[in-house]
Design a protein around this ligand. Structure first.
Ligand code: ZN
Length: 133
């Protein structure tokens, strides 16, 4: 794969966010998450199958398995939520509202978008939202 140097002329404006690069990383992230979720789903189906085939385990073992499954489940939920956020960000790129805070409408700092391309809120609003949560 050939790497192209970003072309930034001396007159390039600060307002021009590197949306193309962000979109590419969002798309890559979407694919990765989708693969992870698909793999997890297959794994879960296999586990369900195994559980049916196996004779009943003693209780102690079962407890351990359940907590493992709960951790897996929490991870899956996080992946699903991130996938939704990534898809929403791609949608905002498509409709031209990407890079604006969904809460106050101000531009989200490019540095923040680079660190988290799916960010929906500016740092001030995100901090507020997290304080409330
Ligand atoms: Zn904001």
């Amino acid at each position: 794969m050939a790497l192209r140097q970003a072309h930034a002329g001396p007159m390039s404006t600060q307002k021009n966010t590197p949306i193309q690069a962000l979109r590419e990383s969002l798309q890559a992230r979407e694919q990765q998450l989708r693969r992870e979720l698909e793999a997890a789903q297959i794994e879960q189906e296999q586990q369900a199958q195994d559980a049916e085939d196996l004779p009943r385990e003693p209780d102690a073992n079962q407890t351990h398995e359940v907590s493992d499954r709960e951790v897996r489940h929490a991870e899956l939920l996080r992946d699903q939520q991130e996938l939704q956020a990534v898809r929403a960000a791609l949608q905002r790129i498509a409709d031209g509202s990407y890079g604006e805070c969904v809460n106050c409408g101000k531009a989200i700092a490019v540095e923040r978008l680079k660190a988290n391309p799916a960010a929906m809120r500016c740092i001030a609003c995100q901090t507020q939202a997290e304080a409330k949560a």
